[in-house]
Design a protein around this ligand. Structure first.
Ligand code: FES
Ligand code: FES
Length: 161
């Protein structure tokens, strides 16, 4: 590997040090070097949202993020949300509301949906659609996805009363 740079970051809470080529994008680094294949690659140019992960808790597109730019940062993939209570509620709601068919978009959908639930607790259906507009799905027509997020928001509202 020529001109590689050594980076240190945390991936799903685990410290990782690795030599990477400057051109390697984060999604390839996660999938091929960390074997975290839950992060999917669709368009590879920042449009479809399938590759959405968290960097320091903020959603980002790993296909247009260079791995070297994550030096010193914390990356969380869908695998890292296994024990997260909001992600658990969303997984169940996506299943109940038929928010997935082939499932290709689902990891990115879950990462973005979790962010919406945490950041927009009072979002109506239209706001959910706008917030999720950076995640494309070729199968569902989106109704089930919106209903799943609605279900989680409503349950959290009821629980807080
Ligand atoms: S694969 Fe990254 S936005 Fe489509
Ligand atoms: S469930 Fe197939 S792309 Fe969304």
């Amino acid at each position: 590997m020529t001109h590689s740079k050594t980076i240190t970051l945390t991936v799903n809470g685990k410290a990782v040090t690795a030599a990477v080529e400057p051109r390697t994008h984060l999604a390839d680094f996660l999938r091929e070097r960390q074997l975290l294949t839950g992060t999917h690659l669709g368009c590879e140019h920042g449009v479809c949202g399938a590759c959405t992960i968290l960097i320091d808790g903020e959603p980002a597109r790993s296909c247009i993020t260079l791995a070297v730019a994550c030096d010193g940062h914390a990356v969380t993939t869908v695998e890292g949300l296994d024990g997260d209570p909001v992600a658990a509620d969303l997984r169940e709601a996506f299943s109940t509301e038929h928010g997935l068919q082939c499932g290709f978009c689902t990891p990115g959908m879950l990462v973005s949906a979790r962010d919406v639930v945490l950041r927009r607790p009072t979002a109506d259906d239209n706001q959910i659609r706008v917030e999720m507009s950076g995640n494309l799905c070729r199968c569902t027509g989106y109704v089930g996805i919106v209903n799943a997020i609605r279900r989680v928001l409503d349950a959290r509202k009821t629980a807080a009363e």
